[in-house]
Design a protein around this ligand. Structure first.
Ligand SMILES: [Zn+2]
Length: 708
């Protein structure tokens, strides 16, 4: 018996061993998303992206404009997945296959487009919403037909196509072409491929309802409330707005018109043809992985463009499938943090959809975010961030967001820990203990007296307390939370002291290196508003270069020709900076930990830069009589000797010039110089470039140039 038992035991061990290896493999194959952060480009730079300055092709320019915003991906797993489908579809058409380049675009919008130069752009939003591989094959076939049949026609139709954006809109709005692309895609490629026709049943639903979240799951109150605090009932909707059905779909307003007709055609085609295909030709597990990667990247997109209701709802949906996922937890905290920043410092109308327009379960969160006040949003962010902090104690991004939330709590919302009850709303408090303990209402002025008086005190509810005053009941019981708060508070005090001490001191330390990002100069030469500005970045670039050189400030200037000697590493670096810039452009207040900064800062410091510098110059024709010319008029009667010269200047056309200058401190994650100067002088360029030099001088030396 013991022998049998022994062998059985041995077998069980072997079984357990094999089983665990197998499940490990399964987990890796299907669910390899536990350490997700963001998608990057890999491998060889596509030839199409090798030469920027030599290219006049608007399509190539468009690709670079996407790349500069960090939106373009190549050589990624997602690209490869799509490329494999193209290989399968175009197995007998190698000539066409050779002309096509597949890019993934980091946009959550459900869309795909093909350019004249053969660039096929597939949005992550499409990959996130699609239900099987055959659907994707059908959509790729559709785009390829646009390339073989329609692109030339668009090119010749110069009256309608004036720009590339215009071209993309035109391509998708030509109803006949859309139908023809479907028809030929099916006849020419799909029916001869191993893909399944049956599997196309829902393909138009994907296009029609792609604006909806990844799933429809009721958003319960328990997501935002705890046993210690409840929000008023009117913070929640009784019923959410129903999702319109297929028949109510307003075709003319859609980005994908003619859908009903296209659906009808597809149904007829399905009836007439026998289906022998497979829904998935590549491994289905791979499809699920690609879809999940696309969904996770959509969360990055939503947070980069500050679309908080979409971010929060879709994170909620994904957390059901991926509980305890680190990326989702940090993203969720960042979403509540970002929302709080706009609510407290800015304007939420830019970052929140009007709840009345939102359909389905997402409406609950859109409504709730509309309802909560500044203080509640602030506390909400603190709660979410504290949760995440406990699991990621060394994450700099999380720490910075917490510090900033406490800063807002103290400075913007004028609250301290003594404003928060230690007892839950409606909790019955033992009156005896109330009498025995006097609540601590003393406010200590500095951190040292606070530390000295660290006695245990309790805050009891009073009649003035609202929901917000109960939002820290549980957290106040934790010493880690209290020390985080006190720590942040000390930092705020230190920061104020440092700011005072820094006045008159140089900003740059020895060997600090600055990265100047894409200096841009725009000149408008006509009063017509639709006239395109003339770009002349070279003049500005050389002015910056001269100043930096003469002041011996270490620097690198990224401008268009940076793209000429380009590789994937540089491409990803540009994408990181570009995404950060998109994020930055969403804020109209100075103090915010940008979502993209978690990658941007790391990348910049790794490359040896301490500061990022942005300079833009605008120039437009000034009014004939400006302040400058009034000056000439006033002084003319008194200054006879200069009159002839003044007269010449008086009649010369003058221009209105304007420079915006930002210097961003990477380590401390804040804008340290933000200035704007403007002139209407005749000699505006020289004047403005002298101002530029003076600004760099001030940064380097901490004081203005002395005029001897
Ligand atoms: Zn189309």
């Amino acid at each position: 018996m013991s022998i049998i038992f022994k062998t059985m035991k041995k077998n069980i061990f072997i079984f357990i061993f094999i089983f665990s290896i197998f499940s490990l493999f399964l987990a890796r194959a299907g669910n390899d998303i536990s350490d997700f952060s963001r998608l990057k480009s890999n491998g060889e730079l596509p030839t199409q992206l090798k030469n920027r300055s030599n290219s006049d092709d608007p399509g190539t320019k468009y690709l670079f404009s996407l790349a500069e915003k960090g939106l373009l991906l190549y050589g990624n797993e997602l690209n490869k997945y799509v490329e494999n489908i193209a290989d399968i579809l175009l197995k007998n058409d190698p000539k066409i296959r050779k002309q096509l380049n597949f890019y993934i675009v980091k946009s959550p919008e459900v869309n795909a487009v093909i350019l004249k130069n053969g660039a096929v752009l597939i949005n992550i939003g499409l990959l996130a919403q699609i239900t099987n591989e055959s659907e994707l094959a059908f959509i790729l076939g559709h785009e390829i037909i646009h390339f073989t049949e329609h692109v030339k026609k668009y090119e010749n139709d110069k009256t309608k196509i004036t720009s590339l954006n215009n071209y993309i809109a035109y391509q998708q709005n030509s109803r006949e072409d859309e139908l023809e692309a479907d028809k030929l895609s099916l006849e020419r490629y799909f029916i001869k491929s191993p893909y399944s026709l049956e599997a196309l049943n829902n393909v138009f639903d994907v296009l029609m309802f792609g604006y909806l979240p990844f799933d429809e799951i009721p958003f319960p109150r328990t997501e935002v409330e705890t046993e210690f605090f409840k929000f008023p009932d009117n913070y929640f909707l009784q019923n959410v707005k129903e999702i319109r059905n297929r028949n109510d779909f307003i075709d003319t307003l859609s980005t994908h018109p003619n859908i009903k007709k296209r659906q009808q055609f597809l149904e007829n085609f399905l009836e007439k043809n026998i289906d022998n295909g497979k829904t998935f030709v590549q491994d289905e597990i791979l499809f699920i992985k690609i879809k999940n990667l696309a969904r996770f990247e959509c969360i990055n997109s939503y947070l980069t463009i500050h679309d908080y209701d979409n971010a929060i709802y879709n994170i909620f949906v994904l957390k059901k499938q991926f509980p305890n996922n680190k990326f989702l937890e940090i993203a969720e905290a960042a979403a509540y943090y970002g929302f709080h920043k706009h609510k407290t410092n800015g304007n939420i109308s830019n970052v929140l959809q009007e709840y009345k327009k939102v359909e389905g379960e997402k409406q609950q969160i859109a409504y709730f975010l509309q309802k909560i006040n500044k203080k509640e949003a602030n506390l909400f962010a603190i709660r979410k961030l504290y949760d995440v902090f406990q699991k990621n104690k060394t994450n700099k991004f999380v720490e910075k967001m917490i510090d900033d939330c406490f800063y807002d709590l103290i400075k913007e919302n004028n609250m301290l820990l003594t404003d928060f009850s230690d007892y839950a709303e409606n909790e019955i408090i033992d009156t005896l203990s109330v009498q025995n303990q006097t609540p601590d209402t003393t406010e200590y002025k500095d951190k040292y007296s606070r530390i000295k008086n660290k006695k245990q005190t309790f805050v009891y509810p009073n009649i003035k307390f609202k929901t917000v005053n109960y939002m820290l009941v549980d957290l106040k019981r934790e010493s880690l939370f209290i020390s985080l708060f006190e720590n942040s508070r000390s930092k705020i005090e230190d920061e104020e002291q440092l700011k005072i001490a820094a006045v008159g001191k140089p900003i740059l330390k020895k060997n600090d290196k600055i990265l100047v990002w894409m200096p841009t100069y725009e000149a408008i030469y006509s009063n017509e508003s639709n006239k395109k500005p003339k770009l002349n970045n070279k003049v500005l670039k050389s002015a910056i270069n001269k100043s930096l050189k003469s002041l011996k400030i270490e620097n690198e200037i990224i401008s268009e020709n940076y793209f000429d000697k380009f590789n994937t590493e540089k491409f990803n670096q540009i994408a990181t900076i570009g995404s950060w810039m998109v994020d930055l452009n969403q804020t109209d207040f100075s103090r915010m930990q940008l979502y993209q900064s978690q990658w941007f800062n790391e990348e910049m410091l790794k490359s040896g830069f301490q500061y990022l510098n942005l300079v833009t110059e605008n120039s437009e024709k000034a009014k004939f009589l400006t302040g400058y010319k009034y000056n000439i008029i006033y002084r003319a009667p008194l200054c006879w000797p200069t009159l002839p010269i003044d007269l010449i200047f008086f009649f010369l056309p003058n221009r209105d010039k304007n420079i915006n200058f930002y210097l961003y401190d990477i380590q401390n994650r804040e804008i340290v110089v933000s200035s704007n100067y403007n002139t209407e002088n005749i000699d505006a360029t020289a004047y403005i470039h002298k101002n530029l030099y003076d600004t760099y001088y001030l940064i380097k030396n901490g004081k203005k140039i002395k005029i001897k």
